[in-house]
Design a protein around this ligand. Structure first.
Ligand code: PMV
Length: 348
């Protein structure tokens, strides 16, 4: 008897960045953050989960067709354990369904974009794992409640359980119960808002977000200033989203990206996520805004050199034209968004 569920979850790109943990085990952040969930097909994780009493004991997981270790006490393990506990609670209340919580799991996850290259693959991946187990286990929990578990897999993953504009509230309870994601506005509130992904490099990033954040919290004095200014930015960008005020949205997004990378530079040893091409993209967007006499584009960079440019749909042709003109695609460039095979791995 096999029970199976497949779900898909998109990437989210933060406008107000999460950078720093106040509790590394529960993944409680030092500041709230806010992101836009990208809704096209290009940047997604797809996860299939199966439970079967005849599987050999122990859970197994494949990432992009390659088996990954589920380390006891590790993040994946914690997410699976918490989801199972919710299923067990359900079974204890109503024992008429199959005892899925006691059956081994097989989980296969695919990203249709480069993994760990600053394109938030951990966000969509962990959100998708939680969503797929929630479906498999027929859990009644809301997306905000599920975000409490996804957060423990990868902080930014908690925001990928919602579409549209999403806030991750830092919360204050030491248990983490109020450190969850919630919708600021649904996608259809501002459909004119578009995102252009500029893949500068699809190589794996040099400093993982986990070790980078820890180093920043331990060594950066600039982080203290960031923690003072971010609450104001959260309020201001939420207002800009509600009022569909692109200029304010864009200014705050760019300031916060720069402030995040400044904090990385202020870390000891320093962390460099941006490269010369990233900086040239910043210069191009600043110049486009200056030449337009108003802000038409906003860049933002996560823990890697790739740029995301937010703009209203009507301005995208000009922006794409400028990007293509100044950054012509290398002939040897292999399209990183070509869809990878989704055949389930052998042994699944
Ligand atoms: O969730 P993590 O550990 O991958 O950290 C993500 C950090 C940033 O992408 C740089 C910022 C963010 O809020 O997504």
């Amino acid at each position: 008897m096999v029970y199976e569920a497949t779900t898909s979850a998109p990437v989210n790109i933060a406008c107000i960045k999460y950078w720093g943990k106040r509790d590394t085990k529960l993944i409680l952040p030092t500041n709230s953050s806010l992101s836009v969930t990208l809704d096209q097909d290009h940047l997604r994780s797809t996860t299939t989960s199966r439970a079967d009493p005849s599987f050999e004991a122990g859970d197994k997981l494949w990432l992009n067709g390659k088996e990954d270790v589920i380390k006891e006490g590790g993040r994946l393990w914690v997410c699976i354990k918490e989801m199972r506990a919710w299923r067990k609670e359900l079974e204890e209340k109503d024992s008429t369904g199959p005892p899925l919580s006691s059956w081994p799991l097989r989980i296969a996850s695919y990203n249709n974009f480069p993994t760990a290259a600053g394109l938030a693959s951990s966000a969509s991946g962990l959100a998708c794992l939680v969503a797929s187990l929630s479906k498999l286990y027929a859990l009644p929990q809301t997306p905000s409640q599920l975000s409490l578990i996804a957060r423990q897999g990868s902080g930014s993953a908690c925001r990928s359980l919602f579409g549209g504009f999403v806030a991750w509230r830092e919360g204050s309870d030491p248990s983490g119960i109020d450190s969850l994601a919630e919708e600021v506005a649904p996608r259809d509130h501002w459909p004119e808002m578009h995102a252009l992904i500029c893949v500068v490099s699809d190589a794996k990033k040099g400093t993982s977000s986990t070790s980078g954040m820890q180093r920043t919290v331990e060594t950066s004095s600039l982080l203290k200033n960031r923690l003072e200014v971010v609450p104001g930015r959260m309020g201001a960008i939420s207002k800009a989203i509600q009022e569909k005020d692109f200029e304010s949205f864009a200014r705050i997004t760019m300031i916060d990206s720069n402030s995040f990378h400044a904090v990385c530079l202020d870390t000891s040893p320093p962390i460099f996520y941006l490269n010369d091409v990233s900086r040239a993209i910043i210069a191009l967007v600043e110049e486009l805004n200056r030449a337009s006499g108003k802000v038409i584009a906003a860049y933002t960079f996560d823990a890697g050199p790739n740029a995301v440019i937010y703009a209203l749909e009507e301005n995208m042709p000009v922006i794409i034209g400028a990007v293509n003109r100044f950054f012509p695609t290398n002939e040897e460039f292999e399209d990183p968004f070509k869809t990878q095979t989704k055949d389930l791995p052998e042994g699944f």
